[in-house]
Design a protein around this ligand. Structure first.
Ligand code: FAD
Length: 468
C-alpha cells in the first residue's frame, strides 16, 4: 500500500511538472511550484478556477474589505471567552503571552454599539425594544400591535435557533466582553502540540459525517497507523455526496486559513526591546509543500479556495438584506455610518458581479425531504463545532476560532435562507429573515480572514520564487 501511495505521489509530481511546462530533462520544480502547482486551474466540485479568484480577490476586493473592517462597526466584537468547555475538564490554558486577549475598557467602545448590540436600524431598535418588553412580561402582550406580536413570535422562533448554525454565544452574560479585533490580530501564538491536535481531531472525527470505522489521516500522534488509512479516508470521501464532502472541505479550508495566517504573521524575533512579526517561509512549506506533506498541502490550499467561494456566494445572496433603506451600520456617528454603508454596498455589488460564483444549486438539489434532513445534519454538526471552540486552550485562538465559525455558520444560514431573502419586503420589518449585529460582524470578519489568506498565498508564492 505504501508503495502504491509513493507511486501516486510520484505521478502527482510528474503531472505537476507537465502542468508547469517542465517535462523530461527539465529542471526540478521550484519551491513555489511544490506548494502551488496543483493549486491552479479548476477547483473540484465547482466551475471556478484559482487564477480568477486570485485576481478578483487581491486587486478588487481585498483593499476595500480591509478598509471596511477597520471601521468601528466591524472592529468591535462581543464575545464570551469564559464559557466552560462542555466536553472535557482538563483544559490547560497555554499561558503564553501571545495567547492573551485584551478586552476593551467600557469607554473604548462607541456608545452606539454598546447600546445596540443586536440593533442595526432605528425601526428595528424600536421593534426589538417592544419585543424585549414583551419577553420580560413572559408572554406576548396583547397591547402590542399585531405586527409586533408577529415579530415577537418570529424572532423567538428564530432565536430558538432552528435556523442558526452556531451555538449562540451568550453575549448578554456578564462574562461577555467587547474585543477590539484590530488590537488582537490573528497570528502566531505558539499554541500547538497535543492540546491543539485534540481540538482539530475532535472537529474532524466527531463532526465530519464520518463512519466510526474510517480514520482520517490524523496527525503526528497517529503516524504509526500508516498510509492505508489515508487511502481509505480519501476513497471514502470521494464516495460521499457532494454536500457531505463540502462539509469536510469547509473545515479543512478553515484549518488551512488559520495555518496560513500563523505562517504569515510569525514571531520572527522576540527580544525585550521589540517583537518582529512576518512571513516564515519554512513554516509555510512544512504545512503546504506538496512533497513535504506527501500531497496533502496543496489539497488543503484548494479547500481554502473552496471555503472562499462558499462565503463569497453567501455574501452575494444576502445583498437585498443590506440594501434595505432602514438598514444601518449603527455606531451613533451618522456621517461615518452612512459612508460605511455605502462602502459595504459597493463591496457587495462587486461580489455580486463575480463571474464564476459557486453554483450551490447542486447542493440539496434532491427531494425536499432529503434536503431538509441534510440541512438539519449540517446544522447540528456545525453547532457542535462552535461549542468545541470553548475548549481551545489559547484565548487568542479561541477568539478567532469562535468568530470564524460564527461567520461561516452565518454564511450557511444565508445560503439555506435564499428564498426567504429573495421574498423580503424592500422596506419595513422583515419577519422571516434577519441578522444580528454579531452575525454581521462575524460574517464579514470571517470572510476578511479568508480573503487575507488568499492574498497571503500570493505573497508566499513571490517569496518562494526567490528561493529556488
Ligand atoms: P495542526 O495544524 O495542528 O494539524 C493537525 C493535523 O491535521 C496535521 O498533522 C495534519 O495531519 C492535519 N491537517 C493539518 N492541516 C489540515 C487541513 N487544512 N485540512 C485537513 N487536515 C489538516 N495557532 C496559532 O499560532 N495562531 C492561531 O491563531 C491559532 N488558532 C487556532 C484555532 C483553533 C480553533 C485551533 C484548534 C488551533 C489554532 N492554532 C493557532 C494552532 C494551529 O492551528 C496548529 O494546531 C498548530 O500550529 C500545530 O500545528 P501542526 O503542524 O502540529 O498541525
Amino acid at each position: 500500500m505504501g508503495r502504491r501511495w509513493g507511486f501516486l505521489i510520484g505521478l502527482l509530481g510528474a503531472v505537476c511538472l507537465l502542468r508547469s511546462g517542465h517535462g523530461g530533462q527539465q529542471p526540478p520544480e521550484t519551491a513555489a511550484q511544490r506548494c502551488f502547482c496543483q493549486v491552479s486551474g479548476y477547483l473540484d466540485d465547482c466551475t471556478c478556477d484559482v487564477e480568477t479568484i486570485d485576481k478578483f480577490n487581491n486587486y478588487r476586493l481585498f483593499p476595500r474589505l480591509q478598509k471596511l473592517l477597520e471601521s468601528d462597526y466591524f472592529r468591535y466584537y462581543k464575545v464570551n471567552l469564559k464559557r466552560p468547555c462542555p466536553f472535557w475538564n482538563d483544559i490547560s490554558q497555554c499561558g503564553r503571552r501571545d495567547c492573551a486577549v485584551r478586552p476593551c475598557q467600557s469607554d473604548e467602545v462607541p456608545d452606539g454599539i454598546k447600546s445596540a448590540s443586536y440593533k442595526y436600524s432605528e425601526e428595528a431598535n424600536n421593534l426589538i425594544e417592544e419585543c424585549e418588553q414583551a419577553e420580560r412580561l413572559g408572554a406576548v402582550d396583547e397591547s402590542l400591535s399585531e405586527e409586533t406580536q408577529k415579530a415577537v413570535l418570529q424572532w423567538t422562533k428564530h432565536d430558538d435557533s432552528s435556523d442558526n448554525f452556531c451555538e449562540a454565544d451568550d453575549i448578554q452574560s456578564p462574562d461577555a466582553e467587547y474585543v477590539d479585533l484590530l488590537l488582537n490580530p490573528e497570528r502566531y501564538t505558539g499554541y500547538k502540540g497535543p492540546d491543539a491536535w485534540k481540538i482539530w481531531n475532535v472537529i474532524y472525527e466527531e463532526n465530519c459525517f464520518k463512519p466510526q470505522t474510517i480514520k482520517r489521516p490524523l496527525n503526528p500522534l497517529a503516524s504509526s497507523q500508516g498510509k492505508s488509512e489515508e487511502n481509505t479516508f480519501y476513497s471514502w470521501l470521494e464516495g460521499l455526496c457532494v454536500e457531505k464532502r463540502a462539509f469536510y472541505r469547509l473545515i479543512s479550508g478553515l484549518h488551512a486559513s488559520i495555518n496560513v495566517h500563523l505562517s504569515a504573521r510569525y514571531l520572527l524575533q522576540d527580544t525585550w526591546l521589540e517583537k518582529i512579526w512576518g512571513h516564515n517561509i519554512t513554516e509555510f512549506q512544512q504545512r503546504f509543500d506538496g512533497i513535504l506533506t506527501e500531497g496533502e498541502g496543496p489539497r488543503r490550499l484548494k479547500n481554502l479556495y473552496f471555503l472562499y467561494l462558499i462565503e463569497l456566494r453567501a455574501l452575494s445572496k444576502v445583498v437585498p438584506f443590506f440594501e434595505r433603506p432602514d438598514f444601518q451600520l449603527f455606531t451613533g456617528n451618522k456621517v461615518q455610518d452612512e459612508e460605511n454603508k455605502m462602502l459595504l454596498l459597493e463591496i457587495l455589488h462587486e461580489i455580486k458581479s463575480f463571474p464564476l460564483h459557486f453554483d450551490e444549486n447542486s447542493f440539496f438539489a434532491g427531494d425536499k425531504k432529503e434536503a431538509n434532513k441534510l440541512k438539519e445534519e449540517f446544522r447540528l454538526h456545525f453547532r457542535n463545532i462552535s461549542r468545541i471552540m470553548d475548549c481551545v486552550g489559547c484565548f487568542k485562538c479561541r477568539l478567532w476560532g469562535k468568530l470564524q465559525t460564527q461567520g461561516l455558520g452565518t454564511a450557511l444560514k444565508i445560503l439555506f435562507s435564499e428564498k426567504l431573502i429573495a421574498n423580503m419586503p424592500e422596506s419595513g420589518p422583515s419577519y422571516e429573515f434577519h441578522l444580528t449585529r454579531q452575525e454581521i460582524v462575524s460574517l464579514f470578519n470571517a470572510f476578511g480572514r479568508i480573503s487575507t489568506s488568499v492574498k497571503e498565498l500570493e505573497n508566499f508564492r513571490n517569496l518562494l520564487q526567490n528561493i529556488h
